[in-house]
Design a protein around this ligand. Structure first.
Ligand code: RIB
Ligand code: CA
Length: 306
């Protein structure tokens, strides 16, 4: 069976680092391009982190730098969760600079999509600024995109605001443009991310699973997306898990809007599960995940890395 071609848009980020490893070492995915966007930490740092990870993983995937800040919103990072550099807790090798393309991420995405003989899946596990710019500048790419499988949003509570999830709330205008794009979307939000947990006993097992497992263990000690002792949230791996093992998830097709003007709710995804807004569905939303099965899947996936 041929590998599924994907482009990952990312902001490493400790959970991004594991999602990238699982995708890169999967037998089923062909990571054609990795693009970076400011999010967990600055554009410079997420790009250096991506190049360090590719050196560490031994994977020669082209990388292109994208947006340094949201379209309109003020940029606020998540260094409180991932540490100042975005990947605290492990001594990575030097960034593999030769993988960095001279072109902007949006142009690299357009070229990669338009050159592909088969439709590409976009996998944004960060704020949606690059994806929104891509659709605004080059709408023709939509014809060769299979779907977007994103980590972002929430049908319930938030992790950046009362109701807003970090990737959406960091650039709400970009998120609205993506949800209105007409491109098929799968949304793996906090409804599954908060249940995609790695417990201390899992971390001890993972630590013995080669250099990626050892790296994960040491970064998990510094990661503030949850707690090492009560469960660490593998948000971004949910998007990869959907690609590789969709049966882990309960999914509903519904309308998702992005609130831009709410005094207390700006940046939240409005997931209209009961059809109050009478809008056509524009996304398949992961509303639940089998936490135990996810844990087994995650550990098995890490065991396949180096
Ligand atoms: O809300 C979780 C998301 O925000 C994840 O993608 C994490 O890496 C951060 O970017
Ligand atoms: Ca991320």
């Amino acid at each position: 069976m041929s590998k599924r071609p994907i482009i990952i848009d990312t902001d490493p980020g400790i959970d991004d680092a594991l999602a990238l490893a699982i995708a890169l070492f999967s037998e089923e995915l062909d990571v054609r391009l990795i693009t970076t966007v400011a999010g967990n930490v600055s554009l410079e740092n997420v790009t250096l982190n991506t190049l360090r990870l590719l050196n560490f993983y031994g994977k020669d995937v082209p990388v292109a730098k994208g947006a340094a800040e949201p379209l309109l919103a003020e940029f606020v990072d998540a260094s409180n969760i991932h540490g100042k550099t975005g990947m605290e807790g492990y001594d990575f090798p030097e960034p593999q600079e030769e993988l960095l393309l001279p072109e902007h991420a949006v142009n690299a995405m357009r070229r990669t999509i338009m050159e592909s003989p088969e439709p590409i899946t976009l996998v944004p596990i960060a704020t949606l600024t690059n994806i929104a710019l891509l659709f605004a500048m080059y709408p023709e790419v939509k014809g060769n995109i299979r779907e977007i499988v994103m980590m972002g949003g929430s049908a319930s509570r938030g992790n950046k605001g009362v109701m807003s999830e970090f990737n959406i709330a960091t650039d709400p205008e970009a998120a609205q443009m993506v949800f209105q794009s007409g491109v098929p979307i799968v949304m793996a939000g906090l409804d599954v991310g908060l249940k995609a947990l790695v417990y201390p006993e899992d971390s001890e097992e993972i630590r013995t699973m080669g250099k990626v497992g050892d790296m994960a263990y040491h970064m998990f000690k510094r990661y503030r997306g949850g707690s090492f002792n009560t469960g660490l949230k593998m948000y971004d791996s949910c998007a990869i898990a959907y690609l590789l093992c969709p049966e882990l998830f309960e999914v509903v097709e519904t309308y998702v809007g992005v609130e831009l003007r709410g005094a207390m709710t700006a940046g939240c995804t409005v997931v209209d599960l009961r059809g109050y807004l009478h809008r056509e569905p524009n996304a398949r939303v992961c509303i639940d995940v089998d936490g135990e099965k996810f844990r087994r899947w995650f550990k098995n996936a890490v065991s396949k890395c180096i």
